[in-house]
Design a protein around this ligand. Sequence first.
Ligand code: URA
Length: 190
Amino acid sequence: MDPSARQSLLEDIAAQVRACPHCRLCETRTNAVPGEGPSDAPVMFIGEGPGAAEDRQGRPFVGPAGQLLNQLLLGAGLRRPEVFITNIVKCRPPNNREPHPDEVAACSEYLEGQIALLQPRLICLLGRPATQTLVDPSASMSRVHGRVFEKDGLKFMPIYHPAAALHNPRMRAPLEADFKALAAVVKDSL
Ligand code: URA
């Protein structure tokens, strides 16, 4: 499929997300956050769910965790406009609680559609909820972070969520190590 056709199908998904009534999160959102990035992005990042800044702006990772993500991306030799960024749920869970399983399930058709269109060479999973949703429901981050898992013809790399280092400065070093591992995989597979 040519990139402009793919871009227009990604925009169709984004329009459906913005009007989505499928779970309770639509009742409390200001803006849904479909995700963003080029339709030929080789690397896709999937986080947990929009926070307050993302809900206000309708864009993923634009708050404090997003600022840190941008820095870590640069350290991995990636620029944010080159990658596709989204979340397992597209609307903010109230008080930044973890998304409930039925909310993740209600949103999965959008994420699956985005992955099928993008066919990224590598999918980077930011944090436990994204990792458990896409790789293994019982995965523990301390065991799987920084490693590559192949599933359904796709490559996944779970890494710690940037917000972890905002809450606990001791997480900064493992997070940087994860982005180094990511840089090595990206270099090999692109
Ligand atoms: N945290 C996430 O998981 N996703 C965002 O979009 C912002 C913060």
